[in-house]
Design a protein around this ligand. Structure first.
Ligand code: SAH
Length: 258
């Protein structure tokens, strides 16, 4: 790979170990034909995807220099120059569902995952590398300290697998933290059986003050909690499953919500 000066503001940490790039590419289930790579950079992962006949493949990259490099080195690649967070995901593959892959820009990890949550009916699969801490947070279950908003929202609609850990020395420049690859596969849930907007609000509010019991943490919702059993209100958000949050959403009195 050509030596390039990575731009810190774009979260650029280029993978230098091709075997890891190949392993990430192989972690796709291959069930989804349309595939979008976020942040291909110098194309180390792209290389294992662009020629694969199973995929209708596109990439989105914010950095002009990287886009120029990709155009020169992968002339058949359909690369969009732009910001994934502003990309019109409704139009990108028509109305066909698409998988997302990438060694993601770590500075926008959570925003990428919130977009996946919003677009869950369009995105059946995500395979990607995040900071290890974010990957652990997404893959965590109730009771664990890292379990949080994204774990609950994504677990509601995806099966989440922590695939493998990646050491910092395989990047140029090396990030300060370890990385990890996870896979999200859309589960069969179409609807949660509750008001989904309120569900998101309950989860976010519950974790906003995660050390408090739910009785106190949910106060900002200004909702009546009397239909929720005391033993549940005495717990903290990090102890609750998706089903518990659904139960709460269905049993608070939403008319009193802001
Ligand atoms: N996949 C490459 C590069 C990873 S670094 C590799 O593994 O080597 C992250 C990449 O995301 C960089 O190329 C950076 O320019 C790009 N990027 C940063 N913010 C972006 C955004 N909002 N939308 C699309 N690409 C972005």
């Amino acid at each position: 790979m050509e030596q390039v000066r990575a731009k810190k503001s774009l979260g650029q940490h280029f993978l230098t170990d091709e075997s890891i790039a190949e392993r990430i590419a192989r972690s796709l289930t291959g069930r989804t034909q349309c595939l979008l790579e976020i942040g291909p950079g110098m194309g180390v992962l792209t290389k294992y995807l662009v020629g694969d006949p199973r995929y209708d493949f596109k990439a989105i990259e914010l950095d002009r220099e990287s886009v120029d490099y990709l155009h020169c080195n992968y002339p058949s690649l359909n690369v969009i120059e732009g910001d994934f967070l502003r990309l019109d995901l409704e139009g990108i593959f028509g109305d066909r569902p698409f998988a997302i892959i990438g060694n993601f820009p770590y500075n926008i990890s959570s925003q990428i995952l919130f977009r996946v949550f919003e677009q869950r009916n369009r995105v059946p699969e995500v395979v990607g590398m995040f900071q290890k801490e974010v990957a652990e947070r997404v893959a965590a279950g109730p009771g664990s300290k890292t379990y949080g908003i994204l774990s609950v929202l994504l677990t509601a609609f995806y099966d989440i697998e922590y695939l493998f850990t990646v050491h910092e020395h395989v990047f140029n420049p090396p990030p300060k933290v370890k990385s990890a690859v996870i896979r999200l596969t859309r589960n069969g849930t179409q609807q949660l059986g509750c008001d989904e907007r309120l569900f998101v609000q309950v989860v976010k509010t519950g974790f906003n003050q995660r050390r408090k019991t739910l009785r106190n943490a949910l106060k900002p919702l200004n909702a009546a909690l009397d239909a929720i059993p005391e033993e549940m209100l005495a717990k903290r958000a990090e102890q609750l499953s998706v089903q518990d949050f659904i139960f709460i959403t269905n049993n608070i009195k939403p008319e009193k919500c802001q």
